[in-house]
Design a protein around this ligand. Structure first.
Ligand code: S3P
Length: 171
């Protein structure tokens, strides 16, 4: 049995895209917290926010973090705000190594604009400056990761290689 690998980080830093590839590489099960919450609620994240508000989403997220924190051998991608709740971090850290993916505000801006409307916390006309501000607000939370990896200017293969190296070093 191995510890979970938990990918945290701001929206648009590639947590899900990297997670799925890392899981394939390591032949482990991949769990995307937001997709699991959508399955449990039978609604998209955007719909949960719209109908019941952020409080309901955060509550589902807390339950999901507690559940996944009790499991092992998983590659988990979290939603960008999962780190805001101490309880989630404690649960996910219990059996997991927390890797924070980072990207430049300009890259995040480009990525989130490609998927407009799916992220209820971002207005459609969000600016790079807004992203910079949000990143700064969340910095103390992302700083709790065991390791931080910058993804800007790197392809998936390179990022996966860096993660594998981290996992090797942590053994
Ligand atoms: C959120 C990030 C989203 C999703 C929800 C809230 C956040 O996930 O969980 O919209 O607070 O940063 P991604 O990081 O996958 O976009």
């Amino acid at each position: 049995m191995a510890k979970n690998v938990v990918l945290i980080g701001f929206m648009g830093t590639g947590k899900s895209s990297i997670g799925i590839r890392l899981a394939q590489k390591l032949k482990r099960k991949f769990v995307d917290m937001d997709r699991e919450i959508e399955m449990v609620c039978d609604m998209s994240v955007a719909e949960i926010f719209k109908r019941y508000g952020e409080v309901r989403f955060r509550s589902e997220e807390r339950l999901m973090a507690a559940k996944l924190g009790r499991e092992q051998d998983l590659i988990i991608s979290t939603g960008g705000g999962a780190v805001l709740v101490r309880e989630n971090m404690t649960a996910l850290q219990e059996n997991g190594i927390l890797i924070c993916l980072e990207a430049s505000p300009a890259d995040i801006f480009a990525r989130v604009n490609r998927k407009k409307g799916t992220r209820p916390l971002l207005r459609n006309n969000i600016s790079v400056a807004d992203i910079e501000r949000l990143l700064q607000e969340r910095e103390p939370f992302y700083a709790q990761a065991d390791v931080r990896i910058n993804t800007s200017g790197k392809d998936f293969e390179q990022i996966i290689r860096e993660i594998l190296q981290v996992l090797q070093d942590k053994k």
